[in-house]
Design a protein around this ligand. Structure first.
Ligand SMILES: [Fe+2]
Length: 606
């Protein structure tokens, strides 16, 4: 039995356990610790030893090498945790006259190939034999170059040409730095943080002071008062804006406009509001209405038209920049198969535009595009070194969380605050049809940020003001749209997939067909789109049967689906998290399909 344990360290920390080439679990740290975007994998590493008693390979993925060390032994904290769990000496700090015992596993540091890990994750799950992998994120690996005078540089956008078995070649990189140097070609000059290493001569590497697509998007996100990591919220706000000729261009000559954006590497970015009258006037308006904090910026709920227009413009311009990069990826590699990953890969509005723009390309958007996915990439990276990679086919399931025994849920059924009854698909469909919010909890949790029917909040999509009702209950911003899940075979009656057949992981916000908005108003966004999950019975039997029962009642093969959590919380992982969420919200119902039980938590929480 070959055991690979791979962890991703930064925000969206995660752990992947791979045994004999198969992913046993992938778990984001926030799911266990209950702190959104939590960094530093620990609980995931401990979970590994519920499944295995030894490991053969430890892989640590990050954007840079510096990190916590254990006191006294000086080991990296991750090796230290593994040593303690394995109860070995780990080969460190033994007496010089005694032979050092070898570590019982091989250690792999993947901290300077962050984009390669994103690309590997996407490619191995895509089912393609060969592909161009485009990675777009805020600030990938931390690098240094001769000409940036030792200012740290950051990977913004990369293109790799990838094929089986185990071949991955960088062909383009946009690297950014704060050092004012214009645009420089870097062939052969790029070095890694600690050990100098020439960049592949074949890779067209550009070093600029101009920020990448994601960094610009982060700046606009902050301008609307969100954390930079909450770019998805700005995407939801963007259809409320419109073209505004008073705004400066956000990109020039293919690079982020440095006059507008002030990157704060690695994890921040701001708009240069003092340079433009439109922003100064807007901030004055925010101050006048008591929505401005001098340290943070916007702190209100009544978004100004300028903020909405910024959201609109950054979304539109980013899409166009991405389209240029996809074209570049296709032209540089000759590939018709394109994998997209890195944080910007989660922009489901843009992802749909690629379908429209490139009808002849096969585009795969990786659902675990954020940094958590790099632990999957790290596991495959090592597996591919051990044995030449082969095409594993398109990912069958993204329900990657640990398996729980549903019988253990019954231990809570005697609690005074719960009412438990037998139920059926038809009963639950009726309950949803009666206007109740019903959560569903089953099986293994979803990997990545999207709830796909195992940890979901469900609602009737035909209810006109459903979006407002659920946003209030979930304690989210009023403008946040909702997704839906639907029977795969009916999708073309309701949505325009631009010639594609499915959207199994909610990676595309697709246009609805004429007349659909009136039928399912609570899941159609103001721009006439919806982020959809298409599923067949083989994908998720219980969920499919529930949607089928709902269709028999309503004629609508669709359920309103949002993640089972409250605003700002991670997706629930355990049954205890689920019950706690019901206890602290107005949501009363939880459906446990594996037991065919309905749990009610009567409450009057606000
Ligand atoms: Fe990343």
């Amino acid at each position: 039995m070959s055991v690979i344990v791979s962890c991703a360290r930064g925000h969206n920390a995660s752990t992947t356990l791979m045994v004999d080439g198969k992913i046993v679990f992938y778990l984001e740290e926030e799911r266990i610790t209950r702190r959104k975007y939590d960094g530093g994998p620990l609980m995931g590493l401990l979970k590994v030893f519920d499944y295995v008693d030894h490991i053969d390979h430890l892989v640590v993925c990050h954007t840079h090498k510096s990190g916590p060390e254990l006191d006294w032994t000086g080991e990296s904290v991750y090796e230290g945790i593994i040593r303690k769990m394995l109860r070995t000496t780990g080969g460190t700090f033994d007496h010089p006259l005694k032979p050092v015992k070898p570590k019982p596993y091989e250690y792999h540091e993947c901290s300077n190939i962050h984009h390669q890990m994103h690309a590997t994750c996407a490619f191995m799950n895509s089912g393609f034999d060969t592909a161009a992998c485009l990675v777009v994120d805020g600030a990938g690996s931390f690098l240094q170059t001769d000409i940036s005078k030792h200012e740290t540089c950051f990977e913004f956008e990369s293109i790799f040409k990838v094929s089986h078995p185990s071949k991955i070649e960088p062909v383009y990189k946009h690297i950014g730095t704060s050092y004012p140097l214009g645009v420089k070609s870097l062939r052969g000059l790029l070095v890694d943080e600690e050990k100098p290493e020439d960049v592949d001569e074949a890779c067209d590497t550009i070093l600029t002071e101009y920020p990448g697509i994601t960094k610009c998007y982060e700046s606009a996100t902050r301008y609307a008062g969100f954390k930079t990591i909450d770019a998805g919220k700005l995407m939801g706000l963007s259809p409320y804006g419109q073209p505004n000729p008073d705004l400066p261009p956000f990109f020039r000559d293919g690079w982020g406009n440095r006059d507008v954006f002030i990157p704060d590497y690695p994890n921040g970015s701001y708009m240069n509001t003092q340079r433009y009258k439109i922003f100064m006037d807007d901030e004055e308006e925010m101050r006048r209405t008591g929505q401005f904090d001098e340290g943070w910026g916007f702190i209100g709920e009544n978004y100004t038209q300028t903020q909405k227009d910024v959201a609109y413009q950054i979304q539109r311009e980013s899409e166009q920049e991405m389209i240029k990069l996809i074209r570049k990826a296709h032209e540089m590699t000759g590939e018709k198969n394109i994998c997209i990953s890195g944080g910007f890969g989660l922009n489901c509005v843009a992802n749909y535009k690629y379908w429209e723009e490139f009808p002849d390309l096969n585009i795969y958007c990786e659902p675990i595009s954020h940094d958590g996915g790099t632990s999957i990439g790290g596991a495959y990276h090592v597996l591919n070194q051990l044995q030449p990679s082969r095409n594993l086919g398109e990912r069958k399931s993204i329900y990657y969380g640990p398996q729980y025994d549903p019988q253990t849920y019954t231990q809570y059924f005697e609690e005074d605050f719960l009412e438990v009854t037998d139920t059926s698909y038809d009963d639950i469909a009726k309950l949803i049809r009666s206007g109740e919010i019903v959560t569903i909890f089953q099986g293994r949790s979803e990997g990545g940020p999207r709830a796909l029917g195992n940890r979901s909040i469900l609602f009737d999509p035909t209810i006109k003001d459903g979006k407002d009702i659920v946003n209030r209950v979930k304690k989210r911003e009023f403008f946040r749209p909702f997704a839906c899940s639907m029977k795969k075979e009916k999708v073309h009656d309701w949505f325009d997939l631009k010639g594609r057949e499915a959207s199994p992981h909610m990676m595309y916000a697709v246009e609805c067909k004429p007349g659909v908005e009136e039928k399912i108003p609570s899941v159609i966004h103001v721009d006439g789109t919806c982020r959809i999950q298409t599923l067949g019975e083989d994908d998720n039997e219980h969920y499919y049967k529930l949607i089928d029962a709902f269709e028999k009642l309503s004629g609508v093969p669709i359920l309103f689906n949002t993640s089972f959590n409250l605003g700002g919380d991670p997706l629930v992982e355990t049954i205890e998290d689920a019950i706690n969420t019901l206890l602290k919200s107005k949501i009363e119902y939880m459906y446990l399909p594996e037991l065919q039980k309905l749990v009610k938590v009567p409450n009057d929480a606000e």
